[in-house]
Design a protein around this ligand. Structure first.
Ligand code: VGL
Ligand code: ZN
Length: 207
């Protein structure tokens, strides 16, 4: 019985060097994630998938700049460059990322009124991608999380995985951070550890 799942978060062109919201050295984790996939029989991925009128895009707010905060329907929202627009090249998974053994892809961020960092729920916890029920229905008890970006979508996916009752592992060398502040990666790891996730290295993951 397969009880372990690998969750690959948002390894999409816009989060990789040259992309609209590029994560420094984001491409370095692709070979690591490809190797990791050999250790799992159960793999799912998430995909940031925004309509062009998404409320998290600075361009959609007159006079606002990238990095500024606004109130977006009651939630404090940092403004991002336009990224991962549905159907665009930037929203596609990187061409070198192996995807032949994926069971399913969970798209998020489609509601223009709320951002969705976690692969499970919107930032207001109202929208549900169905990932939690899917994993539970399949008998998954442990989730191993990697991808982009450590300090946003990976962190909130880890938070929700723990809250949903999964034994949760963050694979620290298979994730990279946006690092708006230089130590955001380290802070994110501390926060994930504090809520009960285990921080591990890809070398310690075996079938
Ligand atoms: C992400 C910012 C905005 C991520 C997605 O995948 O970490 N970050 N949208
Ligand atoms: Zn996004």
């Amino acid at each position: 019985m397969k009880t372990k799942a690998l969750i690959i978060v948002d390894v999409q062109n816009d989060f990789l060097p040259g992309g609209a919201l590029a994560v420094k050295d984001g491409d370095k984790i692709i070979p690591i994630i490809n190797d990791l996939q050999k250790e799992f029989d159960f793999i799912v991925a998430t995909q940031d998938w925004h309509p062009s009128n998404h409320g998290s895009f600075a361009d959609n707010h007159e006079g606002k700049e990238i990095g500024e905060f606004i109130d977006l329907n009651g939630i404090n929202q940092i403004l991002w460059p336009v990224h991962c627009v549905q159907g665009s090249f930037g929203a596609e998974f990187h061409k070198d990322l192996k995807r032949d053994n994926w069971k399913a892809i969970f798209q998020k961020g489609s509601n223009p009124l709320v951002d969705s960092y976690s692969g499970f729920f919107d930032n207001n916890k109202q929208g549900d991608t169905g990932l939690s029920d899917y994993l539970k229905t399949q008998g998954i008890k442990e989730v191993f999380i990697c991808g982009l970006a450590t300090d946003y979508c990976v962190k909130f996916t880890v938070f929700d995985a723990v809250a949903e009752g999964f034994k949760t592992f963050l694979i620290s060398d298979a994730t990279k951070a946006v690092n708006i502040h230089p130590n955001d990666y380290d802070i994110a790891l501390e926060q994930m550890k504090d809520i009960g996730a285990a921080i591990i290295h890809s070398g310690s993951v075996h079938k």
